[in-house]
Design a protein around this ligand. Structure first.
Ligand code: GLC
Ligand code: MG
Length: 251
């Protein structure tokens, strides 16, 4: 017996990356959505602008909601503005300018292009070689200023500084509770560091795609859970494999 579920998936190198597998998965999801009312949420590190670019290049189903900028903005269907209640939750303890000034002391941090800098997200490029040394120092300096922030390093190159209350996991929980969907009927999918928060946020089911980055694979190794499935297939093929494994889609 099948029933509705909530799918929260990362885009780059998780849902997106293999067009043929994506088209195949989309057909399954669209059927399931029509028959059972399954909900689809994309959760990406990209800004809204950058998501819209990807959408023009890729065949994506329209999501029921969109989480952008590593969980710092939530867009509901038919609304061009981010959910103001979520923004309010992120505000206490956040001071954008103070974060920027503190980070400016480290020449190894190269600011990412302007469209990716958001009201609640400041992002840099940082090499893997420098990351181990710089991240703890930066964290320490930020904490000394009483800033309630979180550092997230992904794919050996991207460093995001976001409010402590934000990340892809917290944003997923916000929507899950708003829509009253039990964790047992929720499945999250990802490939890299900024997705770890979705796997660690609770007892949802989780699918790690076969092409996942070492930081997520290492996290999975140290935090094994029967709720989490490591797929053999890559990208959308891995999601389909995982959904069948959890009996959310028929095999
Ligand atoms: C996306 C965003 C970038 C962020 C990265 C990791 O690539 O565009 O700003 O650093 O995801 O979260
Ligand atoms: Mg990704």
């Amino acid at each position: 017996m099948s029933s509705s579920f909530l799918l929260v998936t990362d885009l780059d190198n998780t849902l997106v990356g293999d067009d043929q597998a994506l088209a195949h998965l989309n057909r399954h999801l669209q059927n399931h959505r029509t028959t059972y009312g399954t909900k689809i949420v994309y959760s990406t590190g990209r800004s809204l602008t950058s998501y819209q670019q990807l959408r023009q290049e890729t065949q994506l189903l329209d999501p029921d909601a969109l989480i952008t900028s590593v969980g710092c903005e939530i867009y509901h269907q038919n609304s061009p503005n981010p959910d103001p209640a979520w923004s309010e939750i992120l505000t206490p303890g956040w001071n954008r300018q103070l974060v920027i000034n503190t980070a400016a002391e480290f020449s190894q941090l190269i600011p990412q292009p302007e469209p990716e800098q958001r009201p609640y997200k400041i992002s840099y490029f940082l090499t893997q070689k420098d990351a181990e040394n710089i991240i703890p120092k930066l964290q320490n300096n930020l904490q000394k200023q009483n800033l309630k922030i979180k550092l997230i390093y992904s794919s050996n190159k991207d460093l995001d500084i976001i409010p402590q209350q934000a990340d892809k996991g917290q944003a997923m929980q916000y929507l899950r509770k708003k829509w009253q969907i039990p964790s047992t009927q929720t499945v999250v999918c990802g490939d890299s560091g900024n997705d770890i928060a979705m796997f660690s946020a609770g007892t949802q089911k989780g699918i790690i795609v076969g092409n996942a980055q070492p930081e997520l694979l290492n996290w999975h190794k140290s935090n094994p859970s029967p709720n989490h499935y490591l797929a053999k297939a890559t990208c959308a093929g891995g999601i389909l494999e995982g959904l069948k494994n959890f009996h959310l889609l028929p095999t």
